[in-house]
Write a protein that binds this ligand. Sequence first.
Ligand SMILES: C[S@@+](CC[C@H](N)C(=O)[O-])C[C@H]1O[C@@H](n2cnc3c(N)ncnc32)[C@H](O)[C@@H]1O
Length: 246
Amino acid sequence: MANQEVNNARFNKEAAEWDNNKKHIESTHQAFEAIQRYVPAFANSTSKTLDVLEIGSGTGLLSYTLSPHIHSLVGVDTADGMIAAFNTKLTSHSTKNLCAINHLLTNADSPELQGACAAVRGGETNPPYRFDLVVSHLTLHHIPSLPDVFRTMYECLKPGGAVALTDYEDFGREAIRFHPESKRPGVERHGIKVDEAQEVMLGTGFSEVRVERAFVLKKEVDAEEGMEELEGEMEFPFLMFYGVRN
Ligand SMILES: C[S@@+](CC[C@H](N)C(=O)[O-])C[C@H]1O[C@@H](n2cnc3c(N)ncnc32)[C@H](O)[C@@H]1O
């Protein structure tokens, strides 16, 4: 089975309980705080104008957190279960500026993405729709080709638009412990390497590139042969991947 199918099966199964995991809530909160620190529109009070794309929106933890602070958000995710959980929340929230679609995004002009933008932005009459900001939390490590996904994100941005993405760092062999063994099938890479991401982002054409540690998530990990013995939780550094489209 291809990694994408393994992932879809895993996330379909986990979707209903996803929001009950305190670590998912905590890391989303930290990602949101990091986004606010990096994206100037949050500091200069213009964030309400932002049209946002989220890759791997899941149940919408980050999307619903961003919702009151932005103009609109379109989420793309490849697991039906995650989209269903996202949409269930839509029915009980008064928010009207979010939507999520099951879509493997490889093209900024895809009819699925353009249709979602038209639906959520209403009234706006100048397609093709592009974005001021692309966010993505804990998803890059599931995506097979970093050059391809950064290229797609770049093409989805308006000139001057930015990516502000968060995922855990591949800081060495112990990074594999982020996932217990049962969840490792389907994971493309065990975290992201700073140098590799920087090179990919610069090669894509992003300017103002910063790939740096933004926060730390502590979580319990299983004891494993050949790995360091730990007392209590292990610390996982999370990176911010920030860059601007010219
Ligand atoms: C670890 S979960 C994170 C979900 C959410 N961002 C959060 O932090 O709660 C990874 C998500 O990425 C989605 N995903 C995996 N590969 C993807 C791809 N190529 N494009 C879009 N979403 C993808 C999965 O279905 C899953 O919802």
